[in-house]
Design a protein around this ligand. Structure first.
Ligand code: NDP
Length: 311
């Protein structure tokens, strides 16, 4: 049964430290990587970059660095943004059939002339560590997931690590995207640990958003709108998970990274809240590593205990 979170001693929300929760998961994953290496296989992630977005290069570098830190092997494939779509599809096919590669992701967005949906559908579902392939989405919705998408899975693990019981909770998710909002809601409604929540999904056509968010015991904000949710929209003692990453220009001309939640105002009402940065982001990164290790374990048929890290 859901228990409301009591605000810290100053009457302000507790801060959920995604960095330290993720660091613990990474330690467990390091041990799992060693088990696989001892059994004769180094888990390996291939990333493919064909993106017009300069930030994509940074994301790819972070993913490569994360893997190297844990001892996971990497392949870093980069294609010119004006290369034909067929070149990308051939690359995916080569990596699909490369026995040394366990996980494969194509960084989004891809170049405009490439159909991203087709990209996703061409990735071998066993190597689909983003969990975007329709087969993996279908399994998640049906209730027997193979891989879970990294951001919602990271949030689920973060709530578990914080002692937040989702069972019987009113969970409200703001956003219905394919990668965050909808899979988050799917996880919350599963008849499984980290699920069993009564779940509402809000989006840009939702009427009276504040009335919905105020019902939430657990509120996940994933709208991509800077500081959309303020303290007045939050139930006293609620757990608030801020997925948003938005760069905003302040009046003094400086730019700042903010979430979808107005942090200072939300802190006065919430029981616990994730910061930006240092909340959901590190959990997303950790769960990509989890999926890569799981992909290696499944495809190599090597038993690895991942129960402390994910599900
Ligand atoms: P999308 O733009 O794909 O989806 C945003 C969703 O929010 C849509 O469903 C949209 O509704 C809804 N929405 C937009 N405005 C409002 C509003 N005013 N009221 C209610 N709902 C609204 O974004 P993503 O899901 O990809 O990402 C969301 C945020 O999370 C972004 O800031 C992104 O950078 C960040 N992010 C962070 C990650 C992390 O690891 N921390 C990982 C992934 C994303 P509709 O469907 O009607 O358009």
């Amino acid at each position: 049964m859901f228990k409301p979170v009591h605000a810290g001693c100053l009457g302000m929300a507790d801060i959920i430290d995604g960095d330290s929760i993720a660091a613990e998961l990474r330690e467990d994953l390091t041990a799992a990587v060693e088990t696989l290496v001892d059994a004769g296989h180094r888990p390996t992630l291939a990333t493919v970059l064909m993106s017009p977005d300069p930030a994509s290069e940074t994301y790819i570098s972070m993913k490569q660095d994360d893997c190297e830190e844990l001892g996971i092997g990497t392949r870093d494939v980069r294609l010119d943004t004006d290369a034909p779509a067929e070149r990308l599809f051939e690359t995916i096919e080569q990596l699909n059939t490369d026995g040394a590669v366990d996980g494969l992701l194509v960084q989004s967005p891809v170049a405009d002339h490439v159909d991203y949906r087709e990209v996703i559908e061409r990735i071998d579902p066993m190597k689909d560590v983003d969990a975007f392939h329709p087969e993996n989405v279908g399994r998640l919705v049906a209730g027997y997931p193979r891989y879970k998408p990294c951001t919602p899975h990271g949030i689920q693990q973060m709530l578990a690590a914080t002692g937040v019981d989702t069972e019987g909770a009113d969970a409200v998710v703001v956003g219905r995207s394919r990668i965050v909002g909808r899979p988050m809601a799917n996880l919350f409604v599963q008849r499984a640990p980290g699920g069993n929540a009564t779940t509402t999904v809000c989006h840009s056509r939702t009427e009276d958003l504040a009335a919905k968010t105020r019902q939430a015991d657990i509120l996940v904000a994933a709208a991509g709108v800077p500081e959309l949710v303020d303290g007045s929209m939050i139930q006293e003692g609620a757990v608030v998970v801020d997925v948003g990453i938005n760069r905003v220009e302040r009046e003094n001309g400086e730019s700042e990274l903010v979430g979808d939640v107005a942090f200072e105002s939300a802190r006065e009402t919430a029981g616990a809240i994730t910061p930006v940065p240092g909340g959901v982001g590190p959990m997303t990164r950790a769960m990509l590593l989890y999926n890569t290790v799981k992909a290696a374990s499944l495809q190599r048929d090597i038993d690895v205990d991942l129960s402390a890290v994910g599900s």
